[in-house]
Design a binder for this molecule. Structure first.
Ligand SMILES: NC(=O)c1ccc[n+]([C@@H]2O[C@H](COP(=O)([O-])OP(=O)(O)OC[C@H]3O[C@@H](n4cnc5c(N)ncnc54)[C@H](O)[C@@H]3O)[C@@H](O)[C@H]2O)c1
Length: 323
């Protein structure tokens, strides 16, 4: 089968993240046409469709899909509202890109992965940190020296919310850090040790987990939602070399005991000042579009992303409460 030249994408959802990162990413690709948009909110629908010059506008996403027969669908919105939409899209055999998390529960994620396989859909969960140009560059530099021996991911927020459960924190946010560790270490998690704490709230909002991988690498996960500010940073180590980076800021690479190292600015590496570029969303969306064109799965297909949800559930199950 020959490769698609142009990918016709239909969008379900014209909300915040969609407008922030997914519409601008897709609009930046010459080989993508946003053919239609569906949203229940007429104000959001029209504002987004006007901005991107899309004439076909719908309130009923099922009608949209039937009328425009897209090559792929982006269904971007929170899992408690979008799960049924995702299921319907997969049942129609549509190629589908969604935001994280892949459902509210591991059961949701497993059912989506099952349906994707059953109906032969090309799928992606937007775990964009794997595609952040700074992270990709630093990992490639480390791999020139050999496999990653250990990696660290720290994900902190200043959100001491009493109404969010440990499960919600880990499945909604923690999955970003777990997925980034899986990518950095380049293997599958085979062991988990974890401690958790409740800092000012009734359920766990701090996790320190040690992950062992089937290739011998070690991953360290630090997640706190009661910290002073939002930080997402990484460390990677390979023989004689290490890198550290705050993915939305600066990165540093050190080799052979040199303490000065080389400094990289995430915006310069990515070649753009906008979050959708330096944050990795554009590159992640590129992976999905290329996969749809070639008729194969991208690296963050549902079959892979469900493994991140499984690790999240295992961490929750294994966490020992530290009073
Ligand atoms: N990857 C990241 O780093 C990152 C960061 C922040 C948020 N997120 C994720 O993004 C997701 C939220 O996306 P968002 O901000 O675009 O959501 P949003 O809530 O702002 O927008 C959802 C839109 O969907 C529309 N909608 C709801 N039901 C519909 C239906 N049946 N048919 C058509 N439209 C319908 C709503 O009217 C709304 O405009 C969450 O899952 C969140 O976890 C990811």
């Amino acid at each position: 089968m020959s490769e698609l030249a142009q990918v016709r994408v239909a969008m379900i959802g014209a909300g915040s993240m969609a407008n922030h990162v997914h519409y601008p990413s897709l609009a930046s690709f010459d080989d993508v046409e946003i053919v239609a948009i569906a949203d229940l909110d007429p104000r959001r629908l029209n504002a987004t469709a006007d901005k991107y010059g899309v004439s076909r506008r719908y309130h009923d996403y099922q009608r949209m899909v039937k009328e425009v027969a897209p090559d792929a669908v982006y269904a971007i919105g929170p899992p408690h509202i979008f799960y049924d939409i995702w299921v319907w899209c997969l049942q129609q055999g549509l190629n589908l890109c969604i935001e994280k998390p892949m459902g509210l529960t591991l059961h949701h994620a497993q059912s989506l992965a099952y349906l994707a396989q059953l109906h032969g859909c090309i799928t992606q969960v937007s775990f964009q940190r794997r595609a952040c140009p700074l992270a990709v560059l630093l990992r490639a530099k480390c791999l020139e020296r050999g496999p990653i021996t250990h990696a660290v991911c720290r994900f902190y927020k200043c959100q001491p919310a009493a109404d969010v459960s440990a499960y919600g924190h880990m499945m909604g946010d923690g999955v970003h850090a777990i997925d980034t560790l899986r990518w950095m270490c380049g293997g599958e998690v085979v062991g988990v040790q974890s401690i958790g704490r409740r800092v000012g709230v009734h359920d766990l909002n701090f996790f320190a987990a040690l992950l062992t991988f089937d290739n011998g690498a070690t991953g360290v996960l630090l997640n706190s939602w009661s910290s002073g500010r939002r930080i997402f940073d990484i460390e990677m180590h390979a023989p004689g070399i290490c890198a550290e980076a705050e993915l939305e800021g600066m990165g540093h690479l050190y080799a052979d005991g040199d303490t000065v190292g080389t400094t990289f600015d995430t915006r310069e590496v990515a070649g753009g000042d906008e979050l959708y570029i330096f944050g990795g969303f554009q590159a992640k969306n590129r992976q999905f579009i290329d996969a749809v064109k070639a008729g194969r799965q991208p690296e963050s297909c549902f079959a892979d992303a469900v493994k991140t949800m499984e690790v999240a559930e295992t961490i929750l199950a294994q966490t020992r409460l530290q009073e």
